[in-house]
Ligand binder design. Structure first.
Ligand code: CTP
Length: 399
């Protein structure tokens, strides 16, 4: 099993709202994020290192001079998919505008091109100060997302704009910024990908050119939306993906065993693998000499998707794939019905193979008769369309 969580950095500036970030950290952990906290040195006056280390379960540094061998500012910038800084003080806004790198947090921000989300919190006069407002505008123009502070009671007797927003509002805005709705949170999704290989002898096999890229895109998108993902991957050189449980297989039979072992508690099965329809009747123990290789006798493989779909519970959503060169909708509809699927994505291969490409086009069809043509686009986008439909179907199944 590869890593299981998505990495993000929680920067903490030196404002009293630092204590509220402890709850923010907890709620982000509930969403399956693994968090490294990088406080500014002055913020430790409000919440100390021990608290952040205990809550995050990771060592906490404020300067580049600690754990120097890890080159933390670069390794953190590389490993995290986004940075959220909450609270961001007026001083921190100014330092970010200047590109200062005088503590670990500002070094990490300088060293990353990942999404940066700021949650300013300060006294109203400081927030409304033209210098602060100008700094906010500059940071926005450079691609930082800056949340509007809430209005209400502040430290002491003051009230006004500058309050740290509610944790739930921060999380909603942050997830929106990093392009991550959590509409699959708590759902288990089983995805097959790649192409199976059916051995002929110790060196030869019957295979296909599926790269596994569409399944990979589906797995990443599902993980990003909060799902617990198991990816059964056949003969693909895609490396293990953080937060996704990957099971590697070769033949159709191995794929069937891996899927059957994981299907029971799944909410969704997405069968994007290209499964060989047949395998050699016998597998030769020794390499077959070329003179004996005129004919290979084949026996049909089980249609794994059909079998799993027949055995599925009503609440499980089953998605199949097909690849067609003509009569796409007609063929898609026939497969959808024959295999009792909820959804099918019919790859349009009329203009050439989609294998190994980063893009695809095709029909996304549902059991209710809906059929949408997805114009040539990235496999990541196709994954998004498919999972949007899966989410609505989970809604029906649960309702
Ligand atoms: N599938 C399967 N087990 C097989 C063959 C296919 O589970 N032995 C699944 C694939 O993962 C895919 C769908 O069934 O989700 C594809 O159906 P299929 O009828 O094989 O369609 P095509 O791949 O388009 O091939 P053909 O038209 O040649 O039948």
């Amino acid at each position: 099993m590869s890593g299981t969580k998505r990495e993000i950095i929680l920067g903490v500036g030196g404002g009293i709202a630092a204590y509220k970030s402890c709850d923010l950290l907890r709620r982000l952990q509930d969403l399956n994020f693994s968090i490294t906290v990088v406080p500014t040195p002055s913020s430790l006056n409000f919440v100390g290192t021990a608290t952040w280390e205990a809550l995050s379960g990771k060592s906490v540094n404020t300067q580049v001079w600690e754990e120097v061998e890890k080159v933390n500012h670069v390794s953190l910038a590389d490993s995290a998919e986004a940075i959220i800084i909450a609270p961001t003080t007026a001083d921190l806004l100014a330092r970010l505008v200047q590109g200062r790198a005088d503590d670990l947090l500002t070094n990490v921000v300088s060293a990353t091109s990942k999404p940066k989300f700021l949650v300013p919190a300060m006294h109203p006069q400081m927030w409304l100060n033209p210098t602060t407002q100008a700094n906010v505008e500059i940071l926005k123009s450079r691609g930082f997302a800056v949340m509007q502070p809430a209005t209400g009671r502040l430290t002491g007797n003051d009230s006004g704009v500058g309050r740290f927003p509610e944790t739930s509002e921060i999380i909603a805005a942050f997830l929106d910024h990093i392009g991550s709705t959590q509409d699959l949170l708590g759902k288990k999704i089983l995805i097959s990908a790649g192409g199976t290989r059916e051995p002929i002898d110790p060196v030869r096999y019957i295979g296909n050119r599926s790269s596994g890229k569409q399944g990979e895109a589906l797995a990443i998108e599902a993980r990003n939306r909060g799902a617990e993902v198991t990816l059964v991957l056949a003969n693909s050189n895609i490396p293990d993906i953080a937060g996704i449980h990957t099971v590697r297989v070769e033949s159709a039979e191995q794929m069937q065993i891996a899927l059957q072992a994981n299907i029971h508690d799944c909410d969704v099965l997405i069968m994007s693998a290209a499964v060989s329809d047949a395998r050699p009747t016998t597998v030769a123990k020794e390499k077959i000499k070329k003179n004996d290789l005129q004919k290979i006798e084949l026996v049909s493989n089980l249609d794994i998707l059909k079998k799993l779909s027949e055995d599925a519970k009503d609440s499980q959503v089953i998605v199949g794939f097909a690849a067609e060169t003509s009569n796409l909708e007609e063929m898609g509809r026939a497969k959808l019905q024959a295999k009792k699927l909820d959804l099918i994505y019919v790859n349009d291969v009329s203009h050439g193979a989609v294998f190994a490409s980063d893009e695809s086009a095709g029909y996304l069809m549902s059991a209710e008769g809906e059929s949408i043509y997805i114009e040539q686009t990235s496999k990541a986008k196709v994954a998004r369309y498919i999972l949007d439909k899966v989410v609505s179907r989970l809604g029906y199944a649960n309702g």
